[in-house]
Design a protein around this ligand. Structure first.
Ligand SMILES: [Zn+2]
Ligand SMILES: [Zn+2]
Length: 348
């Protein structure tokens, strides 16, 4: 089979790999949809070992990209019971694997394992290929009501938004500011609205702000036109928002998220990379501010996110704006790298 390998410096190639066969405790997924996530742009753009740059370890050797896997079980290895997986089952993949035994792995947070982790699509073969071999315990059931492409989105970007909103304890009592309306931010706008919050979306791109309105944002702000913290205070009787989420990783946006939060407010960071400098007394202590970080979700959280979306009939499919065949990978990533409204997915 052929799989996409990121070469760095905005190059990728479709390379030949042997078809995977499941070993003990493993399954092979026939991939039906494989999403493109913002963090794929790190190995795509990288000079040198991109996984290393994200603090994910790995040898830097060639791996198949794609960490939003969704498909059906195609083959089951020795020792895998019928209850764990059966051929034809619709599944997502929690795209991490650790030791399988520690207190993090056992509760589905294998990315927090201290004994070394595999991140599928970064340090282990991912889903930008027709088949993907994984430990059976990484499978997450895909509800019947959801399409494969929706399952792919949940497997990183949308699930990350859900995990962060849950950590921020977002509810109908909150005004929620979402900084950045890429695939994660748009998901946060859509899910935050479904959780009852009044959502205000911030992005520099007019097309993304338009999409944010369609996804439920009550108001949108262009941070190049107006100071977003000031605009958000004006929209909240001078108080600031109860919850703010940064999905950009941009230092200015992070600072604006902090400064837009009200006294006792909560601020979440999910955008990767970069830095921020804050005035701890003025920006945090005087406001009793809570700042938290959220790294994706557990395998259990992934299942919960899928159920939430299915049960509330949230039209997540609207997020999937660009559909590609694997042969179009070079074009797809070039597009994603330069013009970015909505989300791309490879269909098989
Ligand atoms: Zn572990
Ligand atoms: Zn991702």
């Amino acid at each position: 089979m052929r799989g996409v390998v990121f070469l760095g410096e905005r190059k990728l190639e479709l390379r030949e790999f042997p078809d995977p066969a499941p070993g003990p405790g493993e399954v092979v997924i026939a991939i039906k949809a494989s999403g493109m996530c913002g963090s794929d742009l790190h190995p795509y753009r990288a000079v040198g070992n991109a996984a290393g740059a994200l603090g994910l370890g790995g040898s830097g050797g060639p791996v198949i990209g794609g960490h939003e896997p969704c498909g059906v079980v195609a083959a089951v290895g020795p020792g895998v019971s019928e209850a764990e997986a059966r051929v034809g089952q619709r599944v997502m993949n929690h795209h991490y694997w650790g030791c399988g035994q520690c207190k993090y792995c056992r509760v589905g947070w294998s990315q927090l394992c201290k004994k070394g982790i595999v991140v599928y699509g970064m340090t282990g073969h991912g889903a930008h290929a027709p088949y993907m071999k994984v430990p059976v315990r990484t499978l997450v059931p895909l509800p019947e009501a959801l399409s494969f492409e929706e399952g792919a989105a949940i497997s990183c970007g949308t699930g990350t938004a859900y995990g962060a909103l849950k950590r921020l304890d977002v509810s109908g009592r909150d005004t929620l500011a979402v900084f950045g309306q890429g695939p994660v931010g748009l998901s946060a706008t859509q899910l935050g609205t479904a959780m009852g919050a009044r959502v205000i979306a911030v992005d520099i791109a007019p097309e993304r702000r338009q999409l944010a309105r369609e996804f439920g944002a009550e108001a949108v702000i262009d941070p190049r036109e107006t100071d977003p913290a000031k605009a958000l205070r004006e929209l909240t009787h001078g108080e600031g928002v109860e919850a703010a989420l940064d999905c950009t990783g941009n230092p200015d946006a992070r600072l604006a998220a902090i400064r837009s939060a009200c006294t006792w407010g909560r601020v979440g960071f999910v955008g990767e990379g970069n830095n921020v400098t804050i005035d701890v007394s003025q920006d945090m202590i005087r406001k009793q501010l809570t700042i938290l970080a959220s790294w994706t979700f557990s395998s259990v959280g992934q299942e919960e996110c899928a159920r939430f979306i299915a049960d509330r009939r949230i039209p997540l499919r609207k997020l999937l704006t660009h559909h590609f065949k694997l042969d179009e990978a070079a074009h797809a990533y070039q597009l994603f790298d330069t013009q970015t409204t909505g989300k791309g997915v490879f269909l098989f």
